[in-house]
Ligand binder design. Sequence first.
Ligand code: PMP
Length: 401
Amino acid sequence: ENEMSVSKWRQDFSVFQQRPDWAYFDSAASCQVPEQVLEGMLNYQREQHANVHRGSYQQSQHATALYESWRVRVAGFIGTSADQLIFTRGTTESMNLLADSLARPRVGKGDNIVISLAEHHANWLPWERVCREAGAELRVVPLNEDGTIADVEPFLDERTRVLSVTHASNVLGVINPVADICALARSRGILSVVDAAQSAAHINLDVTQIDCDALAFSAHKIYGPTGIGALFIKSDVLQDMPPWQVGGGMVDMVYENDVSYLQGVSRFEAGTPNLIGAAGFAAAVEYLQQARNAGSTAYLNQLFNDLLAVVERYDWLQMLPHSNGRIPVLSVHSDKVHPRDLAMLLDESGIAARAGRHCAQPLINALTEEGCLRFSLGLYSQRDDILRLAAGLDNAADLLL
Ligand code: PMP
């Protein structure tokens, strides 16, 4: 077997030692977690845990220093510094925080917020709610034929307060030119937000180069644990934002009739943080960085081309629109087979793929009647998975067509 047929990372994931033949095609929903990340989490929890920020004893100070070092590492992963990096519960929570604390104070009757048809519900519903409650308009930019976001310019005007778009579609895999889109917003004085939930695993993120005001992603889509994500906010924007959740850890002084909040990122982290999650997040960032240094991007591109070539063989499967610039995510639908039936049949052959509307109902409704079936790759994916899929699709054709 040549170098491109076997994953050098698969051995790091225990689940594939339990199920060596399992073909996991759902990394875009959640990645499996490697031993290195689990170890980082357990090391912290076993021996180094204490609540942060409050203790005067050494173990608490040590835990605080660790937590802040994880913030530095996750910030570095997207090319920024710790003073602009908030830990949240994930991309969904990040977008809710931004909608409530960034948008709500700025958006009034007759204003508008601009998103695209490609958005995940996490980057749709928080803005939709703010607009509805404020009497503002939510403007949805359509897509080009190749699935990229159409020109946003005609949708921007002097009443546009925020623009929020996805870097890569979780359904189409298509990568959008977010730096250009954000530059256009900036030139009009409009705040720009990027949903990097899907791109973080596959594209080297640099918020300085993208030059957005905010960007969000989730640890569980980059080989880390669930329940934690990161939200970058430019410091001058962050400074003016009111707190979101309130409670311990984010206040300066509390009196019976007065309160003052902390400045900076602490203002947005009320309560005891997800410490074990942050440990895993930092370990995941390091793991992914090492994989990239060892050639994972080229490996996944090659494998994705193999996947495309296999899927193209089945004329009863139609691919959803896609551009050439894409992450290894591919969705298909069929006039002949319901995606859920196909997914269940594939599962019987040890193939995990996701059927449905992928939390992007407006997009799916514009493209297909019944949802679609999505295949996505991760570091543990390998040539055998794709051969298994081809056999599974052959079998499905025999049974269903
Ligand atoms: N945006 C996109 C593009 C996504 O793919 C996802 C996850 N499916 C989210 C946002 C939401 O992320 P989370 O569920 O981690 O909050």
